[in-house]
Design a protein around this ligand. Structure first.
Ligand SMILES: *[C@@H]1O[C@H](CO)[C@@H](O)[C@H](O)[C@H]1NC(C)=O
Ligand SMILES: *[C@@H]1O[C@H](CO)[C@@H](O)[C@H](O)[C@H]1NC(C)=O
Ligand SMILES: *[C@@H]1O[C@H](CO)[C@@H](O)[C@H](O)[C@H]1NC(C)=O
Ligand SMILES: *[C@@H]1O[C@H](CO)[C@@H](O)[C@H](O)[C@H]1NC(C)=O
Ligand SMILES: *[C@@H]1O[C@H](CO)[C@@H](O)[C@H](O)[C@H]1NC(C)=O
Length: 498
């Protein structure tokens, strides 16, 4: 068995974002219609990239971007493929964008970057941001992608630290209606994990059959952050179920081999995450937070401490029943536990995604990133290079979709504990969970908490182990301390350079 779970406390800036909180304490007692909360887009983080970073040492000599070589596509029906180049994204390698329809009425947009190293042999990362409703181009253009949008939102700079140094990466806007993904009209926007997982599974099959068949034999890693902690476990369980059925029927498996599931600062369980607010805000742990001194005052901490037991009582009921209304009730008790920290964000301090940083917009603290994306992607020449109609409007977050998830269905509130257990117990997909120390909205303490209560056969081993120093070798060949880690089963270290 190659089951494995690893926790890293990265000493880098965390990256993500998800639910915007209810605006008032009292509103949390009411039904969710009164909350009127919207979600933040996701993603963010990393130091703003320096402007002058043109060199990419990892590109093999003689390789250059090919502007016109088309990728093979054998089914033009319902699939639109548009190679793009350095004018759009200074990536230093081949790129491909396009749409794949997943039903007659829904198409998902993808942006594919070949690895700068050895695209024919390097693995393939499929990346999702969260929301719900947030575009994965946030990850692609402001986080780990090969190019980064400049501050003015007018052009891109090359990102020398992109994960495309070692892997082929695809960013996918989903569910339909998010980012550049399309639906015939609003009534087709999915707002449940069932529908999104079904659509995404169709996307994966059609993608590897029609768009990038040459990558079907590569190791495929599902990676994402924030609300992707809900999307990806749901998608993976759907794919595993479909594979099981096909096997029973003796039919061919149309999916690539999913090597691993990697979740960054991911929302997996509200109750566990809310417990983490206490450790994050009330216990002085500069090693975990990067901050000297206690963040919240004693009054707030006493209140948080008292509130945790009720949150946890309903939280465990929700985990067992997986009943929507029960889980909503649990969320209603658990989410306000973070209010004292949100109060700091609204006062312009302590960004939820990096508590060492301020929150200048006193709102979602991400407008800096979202603004440059919407400025850049809505330019007529950018839409033209993407091959999209000139009346296309790009939004970093689709708030209609976000609102439906929160108000029409219950899946925003469901914990993914059972799906994670299933993945660990019933598949050979390896799991890596990592968390940025300075993120408080999805905090390291809460992430450790859900991993501790996760029922699976490696639970005892994982829980009993201490965190150990994680070291890595930097670009200059020097050993650096990266954070802390632990793992259970399998024995392989969870951090590898691709
Ligand atoms: C970015 O700048 C380059 C010149 O440095 C130009 O060729 C390209 O068209 C610009 N891209 C966009 C989207 O304006
Ligand atoms: C995608 O669109 C094409 C052309 O309209 C259609 O033939 C095909 O059935 C669609 N695929 C799916 C999965 O709905
Ligand atoms: C959406 O499209 C479907 C099928 O084309 C149509 O039946 C429905 O009335 C449309 N809904 C809205 C809200 O436009
Ligand atoms: C403690 O923090 C809370 C929440 O941030 C704030 O409302 C309150 O005024 C503070 N109390 C004291 C005594 O500073
Ligand atoms: C937008 O595209 C349409 C259809 O291709 C074209 O008729 C129209 O002139 C374009 N508008 C602008 C402002 O370029």
């Amino acid at each position: 068995m190659k089951l494995e779970i690893t926790l890293l406390w990265l000493a880098i800036r965390p990256a993500l974002g998800f639910l915007r909180p209810p605006q008032h304490h009292e509103s949390t007692a009411a039904g969710r219609d009164r909350w009127g909360f919207q979600q933040t887009p996701v993603g963010l983080a990393q130091q703003p990239l320096g402007v002058e970073i043109p060199e990419i040492p990892t590109i093999p000599r003689g390789r250059r971007a090919l502007y016109s070589e088309p990728f093979p596509v054998d089914d033009p029906n319902g699939i639109r493929v548009q190679p793009v180049d350095e004018r759009l994204c200074k990536s230093g390698a081949r790129q491909l964008t396009g749409h794949v329809n997943v039903t007659q009425h829904k198409s998902l947009f993808f942006w594919f970057h070949e690895s700068r190293r050895d695209p024919k042999n390097d693995p393939l990362i499929i990346w999702l941001n969260g929301g719900p409703g947030a575009s994965s181009l946030m990850g692609g253009l402001t986080e780990l992608g090969p190019c980064a949008i400049n501050e003015e939102g007018t052009n891109t700079t090359c990102n020398p630290n992109s994960w495309s140094n070692f892997a082929n990466i695809m960013f996918v806007d989903q569910p339909a209606g998010v980012g550049f993904s399309t639906a015939s009209n609003d009534s087709y926007f999915p707002f449940t994990t069932q529908d999104t997982a079904t659509d995404f599974s169709t996307f994966i099959r059609r993608l590897f059959k029609h768009v990038i068949p040459e990558f079907a034999s590569h190791k495929v890693h599902f990676m994402g952050e924030s609300f992707a902690g809900v999307y990806f476990p749901s998608i993976l369980v759907k794919i595993l179920d479909q594979q099981q059925h096909l096997k029973e029927l003796g039919l061919r498996d149309p999916f690539p081999k999913i090597e691993s599931l990697v979740l960054a600062d991911a929302l997996v369980d509200w109750a566990a995450n809310s417990f983490g607010f206490y450790r994050t805000g009330c216990i002085e742990r500069p090693d975990e937070t990067g901050i000297k001194g206690q963040i919240l005052n004693d009054t707030a901490c006493e209140w948080i401490s008292r509130s945790i037991s009720d949150c946890e009582r309903l939280g465990s009921e929700c985990r067992i029943s997986m009943d929507g209304p029960t889980c909503l009730a649990s969320f209603t008790l658990c989410f306000p536990i973070g209010d004292p920290v949100w109060d700091l964000a609204r006062a312009g301090k302590r960004s939820p995604y990096d508590m060492r940083a301020d929150c200048p917009d006193r709102d979602i603290c991400l407008s800096y990133f979202e603004n440059r994306m919407t400025t850049y992607l809505n330019q007529p020449q950018v839409l033209e290079l993407l091959g999209l109609p000139n009346n296309t409007v790009y939004l970093g977050t689709n708030y209609v979709i976000n609102d439906r998830w929160s108000n029409w269905g219950y899946d925003t509130y469901l914990p993914m504990i059972d799906r994670m257990s299933k993945i660990l117990e019933q598949s050979d997909v390896r799991v890596l969970i990592y968390n940025g120390n300075s993120d408080w909205i999805v905090n390291t303490a809460g992430t450790l908490e859900w991993m501790n209560i996760l029922p699976w056969s490696g639970n005892g081993e994982f829980r009993a182990k201490d965190l150990k120093q994680w070291e890595y070798i930097d670009n200059e060949g020097k050993k650096q301390k990266g954070g802390m880690k632990k793992y259970a089963k399998g024995g392989e270290v969870g951090v590898r350079r691709y």
